[in-house]
Design a binder for this molecule. Sequence first.
Ligand code: ADE
Ligand code: ZN
Length: 340
Amino acid sequence: MSADPNDFIAGLPKAELHLHIEGSLEPEMMVALAERNGVRLPYADVDAVRAAYNFTSLQDFLDLYYQGMAVLQTEQDFYDLTLAYLRRVAQDNVRHVEIFFDPQGHTGRGIAFATAFDGIEKALRDGADELDITAGIILCFLRHLSAADAMATLEEALPYRDRIVGVGLDSSEQGHPPAKFQAVFDRVRAEGFHAVAHAGEEGPPAYIWSALDDLKVERIDHGVRALEDPDLMLELARRRTPLTVCPLSNIRLCVFDDMTAHPLKMMLDRGLMVTVNSDDPAYFGGYMNDNYAAVRQALGLTNEELALIARNSFEASFLDNATKADYIAEVEAYVRAVQA
Ligand code: ADE
Ligand code: ZN
């Protein structure tokens, strides 16, 4: 047993399945890109950017998140952003990532879909070579916009279909139930994409039911409000629906008062397929291992529980079965080596 309990987390192979690439924009890079592109920011310096990150709700965060995106202008910007993220999480022994991007956050301000997509994808390819990390891209629709806008975005993405693993739903949850996008997700699945959706982050358990039954998603992003509905808990356990939980995000967005009040351990104890992820690490104060360490410490998770979460992360991924098995074998070998 290692002296520092976080040493176990540091070496544990893991996958990140809930990461908005635009949410990995660190204040230093935001300021540098603003300068490079001649974009005016409402902040004097990097410290002022960080000081503004005091959120009271999801919407409060999203307002700054969309504002921050404005510095991303060229393919090189998206490339630099994505490669910086991969290099950072390689240090956390992240072995596989499925990253979200928000095309409408860029096309809506005049940046071509291809500019964002090509930059992200090229970085994922170069990062795979440099860092031995596998990666996939999940396109997300902004749910505060219309279903027609989402459908048009899906059609714009079809020429890239072979390079997109899945489609998701994010942004302002309250007042935008999954059912609003039912026809779009019918098309998403008919086109052969995997489907995921943010649900039950701030929204009620009914939104999780709707994501499952109306959108027929394979994973729920967040899902922490499932605890309020015992039938839903049983159904999520029965279906083994993966939940991509983001602990530091939940605290920073005031979903729970503090980490000791986070339901992650209860979700594990009730047999849910929980994973741990960082969501928007540049805004929420931590990458993957920080999230693992925060729940370990606050909820008293054992190494067995942490290893289960890491196994879940590969199991819940959209990798093929053989690659999943290889990664899970890496986790098992690591656990055995630590025990020896
Ligand atoms: N977009 C970026 N981060 C998000 C979150 N935590 N919830 C919904 N939409 C998001
Ligand atoms: Zn998210």
